[in-house]
Ligand binder design. Structure first.
Ligand code: COA
Length: 655
């Protein structure tokens, strides 16, 4: 069976947003709720969302045509009578959901699959309200679904393989990143980690390990989550402390006392401070106050103290065969907008360190949730300590990458920068993986040319700005030096390296292209060095290498005016060799690269050396000074202001 017609029961926030996503992808959808007024508001919300997406160029289809695929009704029978799939999105009240499902059962055809968008309730329990537990499943979307593409497909005890397969096929057609939650455990995957980690933040405050602001700052800037978890609770849905409190009470009931809400959650909940919507939450929002978390406030907070318990929760999910490490990380990336997978972070930190931290916490607080999960214990025994031992939750070594995709197309080695949820921003691990892939292609005699390009809509947004929250100039200098090492490696690489600039290349992304031998660009892409706007200076050769292309005058103009260089200007300035239409970009870029596969390899190697050493004799000393400067200014107030302003999407105010 294939899903063609969808009914959504409940036209609140989630019901409306789900309908929008489904209609965007070409499906007819019937939206049902109890009053015309709710449906009218829902349609207005959907139209607003579509207009924003259209204006940003994310959708091309006419908005009225998309709206034409959405029908509304207050009649439940009418909504579901010919549906292949019914998605329920009504309030999280078990009895209410069961009542509605038993009604739907009377009207829906035999083949119809029933799905609940519940974020916490048991699918097995809900299925009991129907006569088709095998065709009952959880489809847990995340808010906002246009940005967070995760879909947790939650299996009840009797859900059939076939049902899960049909729903998965449909989910892919509406651009979801699918993760199977094979047992409907409390919180499933993403919310289990999210809510317990938020509670852990609140426990850390309780235990005097940091203040709300310090912990938020560490989580937001150093760990790289879009927001601190307290901040997020205050603004998510205009305040969600009440929701997390209820979820924690539910965890306490199902998973044990150790999951009880931390006193800070309890205090706020009982006082009716749920976040922005009530004027107060973790922060005070009254009289239109804004609360910006300062960049370096959390420089000293021990993040491992939050990460280790979260990894322990993930290990529990693996132990109980709810999900695999890959699925858990996908859920983190696409449901919680983590900067990278939680278990990837654990592998980088080292499983031994994670376990030591858990033991330390257990010794100190005697809480069950800190007891090391057998999955972690086994990894220690087997010496699978993470990246440093070649294996942890993942395998490492040549060909096994976190941030890049490597492939061979004929004689061309392709390195695709693959961190699309962070606009392909580069960190140290990322850089090392590119170096490793270059080494691999160097040894491969079949590879004659290397092409570097970006996955998703961006080429690369430059260096990951999270390093500036560390309060460590040495780390900033090291990141700059590591970037220089990679770029110099490209310059001296014995094979031609081409940057196929598929989308925006900013900061370090632009600088990376400058070290390549040749550049081709999509007409939609642009180049820029926005660093000064962040209170920093370019750190990967932008202050040096670019001068060889455009001269010092133009160099200063590009850095100081921070203008976007569009494709035509880039061509005029001699920064790129060719510009291609967006829809033919990749095909043409590969063709361009193919033309370079026949060059004589010895002459080419000498040519690159002569240019690198002869034309740019001062490049390396210039880059050294650039790295020192990057480190030196890393602690200024200007950096704090610049990066904070970027994160809160406002103009910086440099004093
Ligand atoms: N470091 C860390 N995170 C970054 C980043 C960087 N350099 N650049 C972008 N991101 C994050 C964004 O904050 C956003 O996070 P969110 O989803 O939590 O909001 C996410 O990556 C996606 O970026 P977004 O801006 O939503 O994507 P886009 O496709 O609309 O725009 C850019 C892409 C590259 C134009 C835009 O991200 C940008 O201007 N980035 C800043 C580049 C910069 O200043 N680089 C110099 C750094 S030294």
């Amino acid at each position: 069976m294939e899903i063609r017609k969808v009914a959504i029961v409940g036209a609140g926030t989630m019901g409306s947003l789900i309908a929008e996503v489904i209609a965007i992808h070409g499906f007819n959808v019937k939206l049902e709720d109890i009053s015309e007024d709710i449906l009218k508001k829902s349609l207005e919300r959907i139209r607003g969302g579509l207009t924003r997406s259209y204006n940003k160029g994310y959708i091309k289809e006419n908005i009225d045509v998309i709206m034409g695929r959405i029908a509304t009704t207050t009649n439940l029978e009418e909504a579901v009578k010919d549906a292949d799939l019914v998605i329920e999105a009504i309030p999280e009240i078990l009895d209410l959901k069961k009542k509605v499902f038993s009604e739907i059962e009377n009207y829906a055809p035999k083949h119809t699959i029933f799905a609940s968008n519940t974020s916490s309730l048991s699918i097995t329990e809900l299925a009991k309200a129907t006569k088709r537990p095998d065709k009952f499943i959880g489809m847990h979307f995340f808010n906002p679904p246009k940005v967070l593409r995760l879909l947790e497909i939650v299996w009840g005890e009797e859900t059939s393989e076939e049902t899960a397969k049909i729903v998965e096929d449909f989910a892919k057609k509406i651009d979801r990143v699918v993760v199977h939650v094979r047992k409907d455990v409390p919180g499933f995957i993403a919310n289990r980690i999210f809510v317990t980690m938020s509670n852990e933040c609140a426990w850390a405050v309780e235990m005097g390990e940091g203040t709300i602001e310090e912990i938020d700052s560490a989580v937001k800037y150093r760990m790289g989550l879009p927001m601190g978890l307290f901040e997020l609770h205050d603004v998510l849905g205009d305040g969600s402390i009440d929701i997390s409190y209820h979820v924690l009470e539910y965890f306490r009931e199902k998973l044990g006392e150790t999951y009880r809400p931390a006193p800070l959650f309890e205090k706020l909940f009982k006082a009716g401070h749920y976040g922005k919507k009530t004027g107060k939450g973790f922060y005070d929002w009254r009289e239109g106050k804004t609360n910006e978390v300062p960049l370096r406030a959390g420089a000293k907070f021990d993040l491992l103290r939050l990460i280790a318990p979260a990894v322990n929760e993930a290990a529990w999910l693996i132990e109980k065969e709810v999900a695999t490490p890959e699925e858990i990380d996908l859920a983190m990336l696409h449901g919680l907008n983590y900067p990278r997978g939680l278990l990837r972070m654990a592998d980088d930190i080292g499983i031994d360190k994670i376990v030591n931290k858990l033991n330390e916490l257990y010794e100190k607080y005697r809480e069950e949730r800190y007891k090391v999960n057998p999955v972690l214990q086994k990894m220690i025994e087997e010496g699978k300590l993470g990246r440093k031992t070649g294996e942890g939750f993942y395998k490492y070594g040549k060909g096994n990458y976190e941030f890049i995709i490597v492939e061979k197309i004929g004689k061309i080695g392709v390195i695709r920068l693959n961190r699309p949820t962070r606009a392909n921003a580069l960190n140290l691990t990322f850089i090392k993986e590119i170096e490793d892939a270059l080494e691999m292609f160097k040894e491969n005699e079949d590879v004659k040319v290397v092409v570097i390009t970006g996955a998703g809509r961006n080429f690369c947004a430059g260096a990951d700005i999270s390093m500036f929250a560390s309060g460590r100039p040495d780390l900033v200098t090291e990141t700059s030096r590591t970037g220089h090492r990679l770029l110099r490696k490209i310059e001296l690489y014995p094979k031609p390296v081409i940057a196929a600039i598929n989308g925006p290349a900013l900061g370090g992304g632009f600088e990376l292209t400058l070290a390549c031998d040749l550049r081709v660009m999509s007409e939609n892409a642009f180049l820029a060095l926005p660093e000064l706007g962040l209170g920093i200076t370019p750190g990967w050769g932008g202050t040096q290498r670019l001068a060889y292309f455009v001269g010092v005058g133009k160099l200063k103009e590009i850095i100081m005016l921070r203008k976007r260089i569009d494709a035509k200007t880039a061509l005029d300035l001699g920064l790129v060799s060719e510009v291609y239409p967006a829809d033919e970009f990749w095909e043409k870029a590969i063709k361009f690269a193919e033309e370079l596969t026949e060059l004589p390899s010895i002459a080419l190697k000498y040519l690159k050396n002569v240019i690198a050493y002869g034309v740019m004799p001062t490049l390396e000393s210039g880059c050294l000074i650039e790295s020192e400067a990057s480190g030196d200014i890393a602690l200024t107030d200007e950096v704090a202001e610049g990066i904070q302003a970027f994160m809160y999407r406002r103009k910086p105010n440099f004093k």
